[in-house]
Design a protein around this ligand. Structure first.
Ligand code: AMP
Ligand code: MG
Length: 417
């Protein structure tokens, strides 16, 4: 296990690593078991609820991969070219008559192979002689340019698995099977609150000492990408009683509650106390930067995750704590984010024992390799640092410094969401 420094015992008790915290959360939540049948296009991004075995082979029938001429492999020209009289013509979508021995059949891409023929010459590789015969060169392999039935997917093969998050190519496969609907896990109902007297909703009047609430919109957008049904529950004031009441109410109607702000140790941070009042706190704080104060609680059986208020901390902890929780609640097969190695174009020092995420942009180095350029400033409140970069460099618990040229792991925003 990673070494923990004194810093990690600040405020009493060792801090959990990100993996430990996510492990605890994943073991506490129970996946929803309701499913629904949705149309193929609605299934994109959803979690498949049962295995799908191929109800027909793909391709469903043996067909030509090219425009050309079909012959029997036993008759392929051996040493030199050979002329074949033409007999028959088969288009895509048409049915083919059996090929005649000693003859070639004109055939087009996707057309069914005539019985008796098993090899196709591309039209670019042949010529037609004066007698109207097709002259085929020697050297073609038997079976060339033919797509046998089931070569892509054999009948009965389980290609789509329960728990997988459906992508456009998976939807294509379901359509190729002739399916019109898929059984998916129902959408997760997630409540989102911001907390803080300094926040005003966009569109409302903003007092001089207020800023517009941005986290709530970021979190809702991120949840939408995970196909959640999001309830926008607005801004909670920094006041413990109304806060805990609002949490209790939300718990009755949602599968997950997310809050942002108010989870640090300041006197005006009321989320932790609010969770303790409304339900129970499972964990609080983890060894992650940005984002140390993250609270996890349970209110009447509904999990709650309290994210920090600083926008970058909120973003990072959503990606690394909320996203795996949402996927666990949906019963999705875990798909860990695998950072790809790039070269650091920056120096950095960090404390041992905590995981840090560095906002960075990618650029091509002179030798053609990719390098990560760190955003010049580090503040967890800088929205520009998320907007103007490409992703996050992950520095694990054991790392203490990065020097230019070191290999570091990078995950782009597109993959994180
Ligand atoms: P807190 O975690 O409540 O102490 O907030 C930390 C910082 O994040 C403060 O500067 C807050 O003003 C800011 N903050 C909190 N919530 C939001 C929000 N929803 N949108 C933008 N900034 C926020
Ligand atoms: Mg606050």
């Amino acid at each position: 296990m990673a070494q923990l420094t004194d810093d990690c015992f600040a405020f009493g008790g060792p801090m959990l690593s990100v993996d430990e915290a996510v492990g605890i959360i994943a073991s506490r939540v129970k996946a929803v078991d309701q499913t629904e049948a949705v149309s193929l296009i609605e299934a994109d991004g959803r979690i498949l609820a049962r295995d799908i075995a191929a109800p027909l082979p793909l391709p469903p029938f043996t067909n030509s991969a090219v425009d050309g001429y079909a012959v029997l492999s036993g008759e392929l020209p051996k040493g030199e070219e050979r002329a074949f009289p033409l007999k028959g013509r088969v288009r895509a979508g048409a049915s083919a008559e059996a090929a005649q021995p000693g003859h070639a059949v004109r055939i087009f891409t996707g057309a069914p192979m005539p019985e008796g023929a098993d090899t196709v010459f591309m039209q670019e590789d042949v010529r037609i002689d004066d007698a109207g015969r097709v002259v085929l060169p020697a050297g073609l392999k038997p079976g060339a340019n033919v797509r046998p039935a089931g070569e892509d997917i054999p009948l009965g093969h389980v290609t789509l698995k329960s728990g997988q998050r459906l992508r456009p190519q998976d939807i294509a496969l379901a359509a190729a099977f002739g399916l019109t609907q898929l059984d998916v896990v129902r959408r997760l109902r997630v409540a989102v609150f911001s907390t803080g007297d300094e926040l005003a909703s966009p569109g409302a009047a903003r007092a001089a000492a207020q800023l517009f609430d941005s986290n709530r919109y970021m979190l809702m957008a991120m949840l939408r990408r995970l196909s959640c049904e999001v309830s926008d529950l607005g801004i909670l004031r920094d006041e413990p009683v109304s806060l805990s009441n609002a949490l209790k109410q939300a718990a009755a109607q949602h599968d997950l509650i997310l809050t942002t702000g108010g989870v640090s140790t300041g006197e005006e941070d009321h989320v932790k106390a609010g969770v303790e009042k409304a339900g129970s706190l499972v964990l609080w704080r983890m060894a992650i930067k940005p984002g140390r104060p993250v609270a996890m609680g349970v209110i009447n059986g509904t999990p709650l995750i309290g994210l920090p208020g600083n926008p970058v901390a909120s973003f990072v902890t959503f990606v690394h704590v909320v996203r795996p929780t949402v996927l666990a609640l949906l019963g999705a097969v875990p798909a860990p984010l695998v950072p790809r190695p790039v070269r650091a174009a920056f120096s950095y020092r960090k404390k041992i024992g905590r995981r840090e995420y560095v906002r960075a942009s990618l650029r091509k180095a002179e030798d053609g390799s990719l390098e990560a350029v760190k955003f010049p400033r580090e503040g967890a409140g800088l929205l520009s640092s998320l907007v103007e970069t490409d992703g996050l460099v992950e520095l694990d618990e054991d790392t203490v410094k990065v020097a230019p040229g070191d290999s570091v792991g990078f995950v782009g925003y597109a993959e994180l969401l």
